[in-house]
Design a protein around this ligand. Structure first.
Ligand code: HEM
Length: 112
């Protein structure tokens, strides 16, 4: 388990994605304003229960059982879903390896 992806790494990946978005766009992302319904990741519980546009980011039924690729979080980091653009909107996007880390973390049961 020493190489396992843990929550601080996932938070770092998401935080740095927003930092890159900010650098590219020259302003803070309006996360509250842009997302109908709560979105945030101060804690992993907050991330999991975030549900912008009624799309829960991490459905508990898809945690720890190889179904991470089916979560709305991983899906929208990889491409558009249900009429919504790939996120973060307009990019820069997370790299395939970064998204894979998040996916592996969910498949590992979201360890602290
Ligand atoms: C199911 C999940 C999500 C949905 C349905 C969703 C939907 C949206 C919508 C409708 C907008 C406004 C229109 C647009 O700019 O395209 C938006 C903006 C944005 N979203 Fe998401 N989003 C989701 C998840 C995420 C995640 C996980 C991130 C970060 C990793 C993210 C980052 C952003 C950013 C940076 C913006 C631009 C905000 C601004 O213009 O100030 N979104 N999102």
């Amino acid at each position: 388990m020493d190489n396992a992806i843990r929550w601080p790494r996932v938070k770092e990946l998401l935080d740095s994605a927003l930092e890159r978005w900010k650098a590219e766009n020259g302003r803070d992302p309006r996360m509250r304003g842009a997302h109908d319904g709560h979105i945030g990741w101060e804690t992993k519980e907050e991330l999991a229960s975030s549900s912008p546009y009624e799309k829960q980011l991490i459905d508990p039924a898809k945690v720890g059982n190889g179904k991470a690729e089916e979560t709305n979080l991983v899906r929208i980091l990889r491409g558009p879903i249900g009429g919504y653009r790939r996120m973060p909107s307009g990019g820069p996007y997370l790299s395939p390896n970064e998204i894979k880390e998040i996916s592996e973390w969910i498949n590992a049961g979201m360890p602290d």
